[in-house]
Design a protein around this ligand. Structure first.
Ligand SMILES: CC(C)(COP(=O)(O)OP(=O)(O)OC[C@H]1O[C@@H](n2cnc3c(N)ncnc32)[C@H](O)[C@@H]1OP(=O)(O)O)[C@@H](O)C(=O)NCCC(=O)NCCS
Length: 170
């Protein structure tokens, strides 16, 4: 699907195994702060095994979407949900620094929730990460868990109804 942000139109689509170079280039473009918030540790490159894990996904229990610049093809955002139990998937998302706070993160987790076929998203983030806390808590219809331990915050929220599950991405 195409989404128009201020000054940018992005194409949001499922990730593919061919996206390995795109992911590596995207990581190099992130500020150290954004990379730290996403990976909870300093991250400057992916190993071959990490790239396989991140791009060779089944789109059933591991759903991953990329947002790319519709004009130039550069990576703008990545969002994924990985099932961790029957009803819960772990959410991980990053929006490139220039495009944060434009509504893209919210739109990407809406699309993930439609496809993940779970009732809850869990998220693990730095306790200081106000954007991620607001995004996840704001998306859930109910907060099941919200705990801070050792500087890390874990939040579990109930998702809006599964009525759209399996909707085609048009
Ligand atoms: C967290 C992140 C994914 C949010 O994506 P985004 O596209 O900037 O978020 P949105 O524009 O959709 O905003 C969603 C909500 O969060 C709020 N928000 C976003 N960034 C914020 C920030 N830095 N401080 C406070 N609130 C913030 C927005 O105001 C919005 O709130 P609203 O619904 O009340 O208007 C993005 O900032 C990011 O990639 N951060 C680095 C990686 C990361 O933290 N990942 C999450 C841990 S896995």
């Amino acid at each position: 699907m195409l989404l128009t942000l201020p000054a940018l139109t992005v194409l949001i689509r499922p990730i593919t195994p061919e996206d390995k170079p795109l992911l590596s280039a995207g990581l190099r473009m992130l500020s150290p702060e954004t990379a730290m918030r996403r990976f909870l540790s300093p991250k400057v490159s992916f190993s071959a095994a990490e790239l396989r894990y991140l791009t060779e996904v089944d789109q059933v229990d591991h759903v991953a979407l990329v947002a790319v610049d519709a004009l130039h093809g550069g990576l703008v955002a990545v969002a994924r949900s990985v099932r961790v139990s029957e009803d819960t998937a772990e959410l991980a998302i990053v929006v490139g620094d220039p495009w944060q706070r434009m509504g893209l993160g919210r739109r990407m987790i809406e699309l993930l929730a439609e496809r993940a076929n779970v009732d809850k998203f869990s998220g693990t983030m730095l306790a200081t990460n106000r954007g991620a806390v607001k995004l996840l808590r704001g998306f859930g219809t109910h907060v099941d868990r919200d705990v801070i331990e050792g500087g890390v915050r874990e939040i579990v929220v109930q998702l809006p109804s599964r009525a759209m599950a399996g909707a085609p991405m048009v």
